[in-house]
Design a protein around this ligand. Structure first.
Ligand SMILES: [Zn+2]
Length: 235
């Protein structure tokens, strides 16, 4: 297999990562979490063609970058009443109330009540809230990973929940270790399941090649649509 050529083009003040590969069509992606622009092109395509293609697609690119920036702002939460917070694909309004012991409750399918001691600052509230998110995600993983291990016939040694800036999940096939992004607890369950399946399939195939795609098709037909949704999802 020939290696992939890679370079960065600056187009209208925007850094565009260009990957030259053995493919037939141009593929454009705006990637989470910060809206990085990546274009995969057939090897023979000239820079000028890429430039024109990107310029034609600018409105689409800008829309997607704006979505990711909105998501980034979303993460700078103050943990005050009235803020919206996403949890398992649903939007909730946060209500913050004082209590001697911290606690979190979902009420009326609409509110997330965050009970905290009066002296808690934003950082303490965030820590408490993120631990609660972590606990919820861990419960989902404990339920979902054995189900998919069975279907795919693989076994993971270690699963960790991580705060990651650029990946939804990672897999180390040698160590059979999987990391899942904490942010996924905010998304619908099928998004989490897609990432679990993707990472588990890496235990069978390290690369994102045709074999990988075929395995994904077998285990999760329609996975491309879920991937598309996940990368577009507006928080
Ligand atoms: Zn992968």
């Amino acid at each position: 297999m020939k290696s992939m050529e890679q370079k960065i083009l600056t187009i209208q003040n925007m850094a565009v990562q260009v990957l030259k590969k053995d493919i037939k069509n141009i593929h454009l992606n705006v990637l989470p979490p910060d809206g990085r622009v990546r274009v995969s092109v057939p090897r023979h395509v000239q820079d000028e063609t890429i430039r024109l293609f990107i310029i034609k697609k600018l409105p689409w690119i800008k829309k997607h970058i704006a979505n990711f920036q909105a998501q980034a702002r979303q993460s700078e939460r103050q943990y005050i009443s009235g803020e919206s917070h996403y949890f398992k694909g649903q939007r909730y309004i946060m209500r913050v109330e004082h209590a001697s012991r911290p606690n979190i409750e979902i009420r009326n399918k609409k509110y997330i009540y965050l009970f905290v001691p009066a002296h808690y600052d934003t950082r303490q509230k965030r820590n408490y809230y993120e631990n609660w998110l972590r606990k919820n995600l861990r419960e989902d993983l404990i339920r979902l990973i054995p189900k998919w291990e069975k279907k795919i016939n693989v076994q993971v040694n270690e699963i960790k929940i991580k705060k990651m800036k650029t990946r939804w999940g990672t897999c180390n096939p040698e160590e059979k270790r999987i990391w899942i992004n904490l942010e996924l607890v905010k998304k619908p369950e099928k998004h989490l399941e897609y990432i679990i399946v993707h990472e588990l399939v890496h235990l069978l195939e390290k690369k994102h090649n045709e074999r990988f795609k075929k395995l994904m098709d077998d285990f999760m037909p329609g996975w491309q649509n879920i991937r598309e949704e996940l990368n577009k999802f507006i928080l």
